[in-house]
Design a protein around this ligand. Structure first.
Ligand code: ADP
Ligand code: MG
Length: 231
């Protein structure tokens, strides 16, 4: 599903170049649930953004879901993001002026899906994330846990093979965090969606099959969890 080879990301700053990722190699198979851990500033979000086509590596090669990302133009990357991956962020990133339904429908509308199909798909997704009755609510009217479930529904709209989640439980209390982890785990185990989740919470990381640890932009550990695949 994902092959990252010798990927580096260098930011040119006034104080000089800063290397956020250095020669990172990562291979992820279809259907895995991966946790990416590491201290703050170790390059976790940078790696996730490169995997999702939100950012380009300075060097190295990235192939995700059969698409080679480092050579893609802006337009092709936008299409890749919209159709191949679902993103979930720590702060939900919902559009505040849009309802729950409209937020979930964004990518479908951008992809010119017929209105009747959009309604049917959004309906199903709202049920899938347990938000019945909230279709016409605005994000500000929902709890953090509910907003994150909207974000997961939105991520699923285009039936992506891959979900990239950056600290998805970071703003949530324990119970709401566990709801999100259970939801991601179910999507992984029952629908076969590959999940790559950045977290610095060791408890959250236990939901994964494998933990990849970054330090100073390099992969320093790659560990399969005992009992992986049994959850
Ligand atoms: P993490 O998610 O592990 O906390 P990040 O990937 O966000 O780390 O950042 C890694 C390093 O790269 C940090 O030191 C950060 O300051 C730096 N960095 C991230 N994005 C940029 C940017 N757009 N410009 C300059 N430096 C950046
Ligand atoms: Mg980060």
């Amino acid at each position: 599903m994902i092959t990252v080879e010798k990927v580096s990301k260098v930011y040119a700053l006034e104080a000089g170049d800063f290397t956020a990722l250095r020669d990172a190699d990562v291979a992820i198979r279809k259907g895995e649930f991966i946790a990416i851990m590491g201290p703050s500033g170790s390059g976790k979000s940078t790696l996730l953004q490169i995997l999702g086509g939100l950012d380009l590596p300075t060097s190295g090669s990235v192939v995700v879901d059969g698409v080679r990302l480092e050579g893609l133009g802006e337009k092709e990357r936008t299409l890749f993001r919209r159709t191949r991956v679902g993103f979930v962020f720590q702060n939900y990133q919902l559009l505040p002026m849009m309802t729950v339904s409209e937020n979930i429908a964004l990518a479908l509308a951008a992809n010119r899906t017929p209105k009747a199909d959009i309604e049917r798909i959004v309906d199903r997704l709202i049920r899938e994330v347990n938000l019945e009755g909230k279709a016409s609510s605005f994000p500000s009217q929902l709890s953090g846990g509910q907003q994150q479930r909207v974000a997961v529904a939105r991520a699923l709209a285009m039936k992506p093979a891959l979900i990239l989640a950056d600290e998805p439980t970071g703003n949530l209390d324990r119970k709401n965090g566990e709801d999100i982890l259970r939801l991601l785990s179910r999507l992984n185990k029952e629908e076969g969606i590959t999940v790559v989740m950045v977290t610095h919470d060791p408890h959250a990381a236990k939901t994964a099959d494998r933990i990849i640890t970054l330090r100073d932009g390099a992969v320093v550990e790659d560990a399969v969890l005992e009992g992986a695949g049994s959850k």
